[in-house]
Design a protein around this ligand. Sequence first.
Ligand code: TYD
Ligand code: MG
Length: 481
Amino acid sequence: KGKEKIYWVCSNCGYTAGQWWGVCRSCSVAGTMKEFHESKTNDTDSKVNGFLVLEDGVGSWLPQQDGEMLPLRLAEVNRGLNHLHWRIPLSGSFGNEVSRVIGGGLVPGSLTLVGGDPGVGKSTLLLQIAAMISEEGNDGEASPVVYVSGEESIEQIGNRADRLGIESDIYLYSSNDIEDILKKVRHLSPQALVVDSIQTVYLKGIMGSPGGIIQVKECTSALLRFAKTTNIPVLLIGHVNKSGDIAGPRVLEHIVDVVLYMEGEKYSSHRMLRAVKNRFGSTDELGIFEMSHSGLQAVSNASEMFLSEQQLDSEILAGLAVAVIMDGSRTFLIEIQALCLSGSTGSRQVNGIPASRADMIISVLIKQAGLRLRENAVFLNVVSGLTLTETAGDLAVAAAICSSFLELPIPNDIAFIGEIGLGGELRMVPRMEKRIHTVAKLGYRMCIVPKAAGKALGTESLEKMEVVGCRNLKDVINTVF
Ligand code: TYD
Ligand code: MG
């Protein structure tokens, strides 16, 4: 009794072991195993699936006792359980944007983790979601949603709700004790539960302070069991620490059903919501919001949101080119900026484009298009803080560099789509047709594409846009400049 138990937990994946390993045996990352001490205060404590299980009396959301459940026939499980396919709808432009990311409405009994840097807008997002669910109602019946905060007082949440113009039937509660929270919430049988945040709650009888790895894991497991046994969907906020702090949500990703990350640039009001794990849908849709004085709003002109002011103005600078990228099922126009500085050593500074890709494009421009970039410093930047992960942006990168090098601006009604090969040839990219149509819809005059793209185009009208197929970089330079 009172003996201290030592174990090691991987800060990357949460793998727990009784001994230290140089390389995590689960995720194979080196140097991530951290030591934890846990004093055994109770003989009845035991471990199930690596998690601490307490004595009786903590609540029914703790694991079922042996023998309580029997294996069920598939037919019996499915009978009368059509609610499994039913989702709590989220409507309106804001609701649609959230639904897009989670793959439909909220799934009953699911546990969703919403991560993001402090201040990015997680509490705002979830308060708005809570308000929407309670407004939607449950067949006209009163249908509360409970918002529990361990960070703010109910007055503070009330103030925020007031600012957001929320008037729906939400219950606010401020507590840090998971057992207390779940008891009271269960009593209300709400449509959904929001817990803000995992770092501020604790489970009595478990060692460690709130926010520590053990508490974070145990509290999340308790919330998961609560969600599964009551069918109440639980939305959980977690502050992420980019360095992958041991108590950060990385560890929780394995426990929860859905992991959403909210991101935003410091000086921009745009917020992006992305699913990185989703047991009920895909993970490649992106939700885009704008943080306004009255909360988050869905962005209506999403395709153009990554263009800078200059690009939308008439005055154009040299070194700018518009790329057309896909994220999930959506098409975005983003602006690539290049600056070539002659007379300096060939240093390269790249922001938003993988350095190796940028190097390749610059080398191809030197070798295949004859640009004397070797004596130039080249700076590249993607406006908006996005990272250009698609090769479809190669051509715009090359065009921006050419424009800066030649000091000839590219008219701002031209867009570029295409991958560049080592021979300077333009190559096809996926979903060419969809990209071209987006560009046409936005009123562009010209779209430069690989020669082969002509075949991908249907017979539909492209407004007044000219689609110019080019074989290689030399063709492009002759067409544009
Ligand atoms: P918050 O939701 O508290 O962030 P998190 O929970 O992720 O820490 O939002 C923080 C920022 O959002 C804060 O700086 C103020 C801003 N904000 C608005 O701009 N408009 C609003 O209507 C609200 C509620 C917040
Ligand atoms: Mg908050």
